[in-house]
Design a protein around this ligand. Sequence first.
Ligand SMILES: Nc1ncnc2c1ncn2[C@@H]1O[C@H](COP(=O)(O)OP(=O)(O)OP(=O)(O)O)[C@@H](O)[C@H]1O
Length: 258
Amino acid sequence: MPPEPAVPALRLRGLGKRFGRTVAVDALDLDIPAGSFYGVVGPNGAGKTTTLSMATGLLEPDTGTVHVHGVDVWREPARAAALVGVLPDGLRLFDRLTGPELIAYAGLLRGLRPDVVAARRDDLVAALDLGGAGRTLVTDYSAGMTKKAALACALVHAPRLLVLDEPFEAVDPVSAAAIRGILRSFVAEGGTVVLSSHVMALVEATCDHVAVVAAGRVLAAGTVEEVSAGRGLDQRFVELLGGGAGPVELSWLRPSSG
Ligand SMILES: Nc1ncnc2c1ncn2[C@@H]1O[C@H](COP(=O)(O)OP(=O)(O)OP(=O)(O)O)[C@@H](O)[C@H]1O
């Protein structure tokens, strides 16, 4: 008998969302294999945030289904939520707390025991180097620090799947390396990471799989080698998107034109 096909960490089928006349996501199908480090790339307005929001139960799809490790996100939201950690785009946090307080609060909301919460909070503060901020409230954190605190909140219940919208945006290189290290060991231990990014070099260096999304559809998906087809992800991305228009000359911008 052939082996059972593996259940993907995330399965999107016929996913669709409109905002008025704008089709943000258009009958999108995608499988994210369990244990992969998956990048979702695409131009501005491609539908990445909308897709990831629907995949994680934050935004109700107009059409289609989402399964996380075989659990239907929209039929069994509590079971699915226990499996997923999310770093949404433009996240609103309870920012009148310190970072460690926020992490503990996230753990308690997830139903963890207080002693487990305290231990994990301390581990996450150390791993993400959030201890130096002392009693500073999250509202006074830099953008990168806020992102790290939000990532810690997404990790505290030990999810199997992490979905991260632009996790490296506004994060300094040292913090980005720390975050990458944490995500890599999460994947090495059997977890799955899905992240969206505009930065091809980052996806190429970090992810093993990639999907190129444009106009709410998947243009190409597979391992980074398959999708980049020996030409580098940046170049493939431009090719898949049709190269774009030629350069527009801004003659008035020439210093000599005044
Ligand atoms: N709440 C909303 N109301 C109206 N239109 C929306 C809303 N959210 C997204 N859109 C539209 O849906 C389309 C897809 O947006 P989305 O934010 O998902 O793209 P994205 O790939 O994440 O873009 P970016 O890389 O710029 O963040 C865009 O045309 C956007 O203007």
